[in-house]
Design a protein around this ligand. Structure first.
Ligand code: MG
Length: 217
């Protein structure tokens, strides 16, 4: 694809997009499924991957509906996550990209299924806080996707026609549908996975490609 995406604002997913946290999150996510539900590692990995991009709470409830161990499993995952999430590196090129996009004049946001205080603290430690107009994280009833996008539209007076969402999961692509244009970042999912899901827009292999595919409206 060579056509540039004209926009005013760019919303970034967090895990696997700005932060290189997916190998860690997948490993604890799979570990918790194996421990609480007695599934094999391969089965847990498939269950994790097919629901990745959603809050872990939803990943568990979709995979193991009404299971009595759910609350405990979700709590254990969140406990393990908070212990090591701040040790996860930024994705390659993230800081440069944010700096370049800001200098061009884009408004930037984060929309994630991770809790907002966790992302804010991660960004504070990484020196990234100033890049974002607002960081939107998960709380029940306020999720990455429609809720966050409508919030950006309403509170920051942006038309979603002028907004791009960048994410690394199939769920991210699905959640952008009907709201804003989507740029897929390869990582856990490859270009073929996004194409098979129906995405016909940009797929990038590295965040450093962002500056060459967007232009300020
Ligand atoms: Mg992600």
């Amino acid at each position: 694809m060579t056509e540039k995406l004209a926009c005013k604002a760019i919303i970034f997913d967090f895990d696997g997009t700005l932060a290189d946290s997916m190998p860690f999150l997948e490993s604890i996510g799979v570990q918790v499924m194996m421990k609480y539900y007695g599934v094999s590692k391969d089965d847990a990995a498939i269950r994790y991957k097919s629901t990745t991009g959603l809050p872990y709470e939803h990943q568990i409830k979709l995979n193991f509906p009404d299971h009595s161990q759910n609350d405990e499993a979700i709590e254990e995952f969140e406990r393990m996550k908070i212990e090591r999430i701040y040790d996860q590196e930024l994705s390659s090129g993230a800081e440069n990209m944010l700096s370049e996009l800001r200098s061009i004049g884009f408004s930037m946001f984060v929309s994630s299924s991770t809790f907002e205080p966790t992302i804010t603290e991660y960004c504070r430690r990484a020196g990234l806080l100033d890049f974002f107009v607002e960081i939107l994280g998960y709380r029940p009833g306020f999720e990455k996707g429609a809720h966050h996008f409508k919030h950006v539209e309403k509170e920051h007076h942006l038309s979603l026609d002028d907004v791009i969402f960048v994410g690394d999961s199939i769920k991210d692509y699905e959640r952008a549908l009907g709201y804003c244009r989507f740029v897929a970042l390869e990582g856990m999912f490859k270009e073929l996975d996004f194409r098979q899901a129906g995405h016909n827009g940009h797929v990038i292999q590295s965040l450093s490609e962002m500056t060459s595919i967007v232009e300020l409206l």
